[in-house]
Design a protein around this ligand. Structure first.
Ligand SMILES: Cc1ncc(COP(=O)(O)O)c(C=O)c1O
Length: 434
């Protein structure tokens, strides 16, 4: 255990079980650790390193911004703030095809969780309604409010106070049941029973991220959009993980040509070089707050330093054509994952869109129950812990979450690097089968 443990907490862990790592050098997708080992970053650290490590554009942005006034005030007129907000509006889902309103105005937050909190506040203020529909296999952040909205295991230890008005519905994910359930119909039923006039919004991840990269069928988002329209309920897409180019389009919902009323983002928008998040709202919601108080605020609102970094990241997206690269490398990733599924009977499923992927494992080649049960602890969790160590030893940073191995390399990755990382993943899967 490092000395850091004496005075600083590690997150999401009993402190004695923390697994800190020290990085000596980080360049592109390559990491050299202090202990001499080398890793290919196949998770973009924590799904945030969108433009890779040590990118020179960030150094240049920091140099430029260091010469300007940097102490922040929420009401400061600042060039980087203005430029970032207008660029985000330009890349937001357009909705012209579906007749929906474009997303025109940004509220810049400190990260993903408080972006979601602000989105819910805005939806409640705008609609005058209270309830929020979310899914069970979801994660929307670690603040008390967003944990109560999230459905996954992290909510449970703190659930005693919860948040009122959260309605959780099942995910479009057939595993285990052996049958496809019409989850949009179930969502509608829940809304009808709760009283649609009490429901402010439906909050869904663009694609379920940490809970296994669950990609809905093509009619899912359009049907949820139509359901929300029928009842005047706002649709919020949480694109903190699935957005900002990660899936080969700017936003996951772009794959289905759906425009939400509110979209939240974080993680990749600064490439992990600074903390920032954003809520984009449509012009009807924006206009509402022309005359009604927006009861949201933060000391470090739209921090000039973070906005400058986000602008530099957007410059890299343009100059290195990262959306196109993500779509192209994503095809290769998908092909390779499908070969794993054919080769290894323990691979129950593979799912990917762009450079966001999961390999789902089963218990054994002949037992299709889960590799590690959901929320397993101790001995039951041991296979996942061992597999995580095997990935580290093989030189690839992958995220083992119970039965899923999550893969999400930086969007700057090239074909050679992708193949190299996948060879290492292949090696680990081959060993697992032996
Ligand atoms: C889908 C989703 N929403 C929200 C968050 C919370 O973002 P942050 O950790 O920046 O508060 C995360 C973080 O993992 C996420 O994956």
């Amino acid at each position: 255990m490092s000395h850091q443990a004496d005075h600083l907490f590690f997150t999401w862990t009993a402190q004695k079980q923390a697994k800190p790592f020290a990085v000596k050098e980080a360049k592109g997708v390559h990491l050299k650790l202090e202990d001499g080992s080398e890793l290919i970053d196949f998770t973009s650290y924590i799904f945030n390193a969108s433009i890779g490590h040590g990118h020179p554009a960030i150094g240049a942005a920091l140099e430029r911004v260091a010469k300007k006034p940097l102490v922040t005030h929420p009401s400061l007129i600042n060039e980087d703030r203005e430029r970032l907000a207008s660029r985000l509006s330009a890349i937001a889902p357009k909705g012209l095809a579906s007749g929906h309103r474009p997303l025109t105005k940004a509220f810049l937050s400190l990260g993903g969780a408080d972006a979601n909190e602000s989105a819910i506040k805005m939806a409640r203020l705008y609609t005058g309604r209270h309830k929020v529909v979310t899914r069970y296999r979801s994660y929307h952040g670690a603040t008390l409010g967003t944990m109560a909205l999230s459905g996954d295991y992290r909510r449970i230890p703190l659930d005693m106070h919860g948040a009122s008005g959260v309605i959780r519905v099942p995910d479009p994910y057939p595993r285990g049941s052996g049958q496809t359930i019409d989850t949009v119909r179930l969502m509608e039923e829940a809304i009808e029973i709760e009283g649609p006039e009490t429901v402010a919004c439906v909050l869904l991840e663009g694609i379920t991220g940490a809970n296994g990269i669950l990609i809905p069928s093509d009619d899912y988002w359009p049907r949820v959009r139509a359901l929300c329209d029928r009842y005047g309920i706002l649709l919020i897409s949480d694109e903190v993980m699935s957005g900002f180019g990660r899936t080969g389009k700017w936003w996951a919902v772009d794959h289905w040509n759906v425009t939400p009323d509110i979209l939240t983002m974080g993680k990749g928008m600064t490439g992990g070089y600074a903390p920032l998040g954003c809520v984009m709202v449509n012009d009807a919601i924006a206009r509402h707050f022309d005359d009604n108080v927006l009861w949201c605020g933060l000391t470090s609102y739209a921090h000039p330093l973070c906005c400058a970094i986000a602008n530099a990241v957007l410059d890299v997206f343009e100059s290195e054509e990262l959306i196109e690269n993500t779509a192209r490398q994503g095809m290769l990733l998908k092909e390779e994952l499908l070969t794993f599924k054919k080769k290894y009977p323990m691979v129950a499923d593979v799912r990917s869109l762009g450079l966001l992927a999961a390999i789902e494992l089963q218990k054994s080649p002949t037992d299709n129950s889960m590799f590690v049960p959901y929320r397993a602890k101790g001995e039951a969790f041991a296979p996942a812990a061992k597999l995580q160590e095997a990935f580290n030893r093989a030189g690839v940073l992958a995220a083992v979450r119970y039965s899923n191995v999550l893969l999400a390399p930086p969007l700057t990755i090239n074909e050679h690097e992708l193949k190299l990382g996948l060879e290492r993943v292949d090696q680990v899967l081959a060993d697992l089968h032996r």
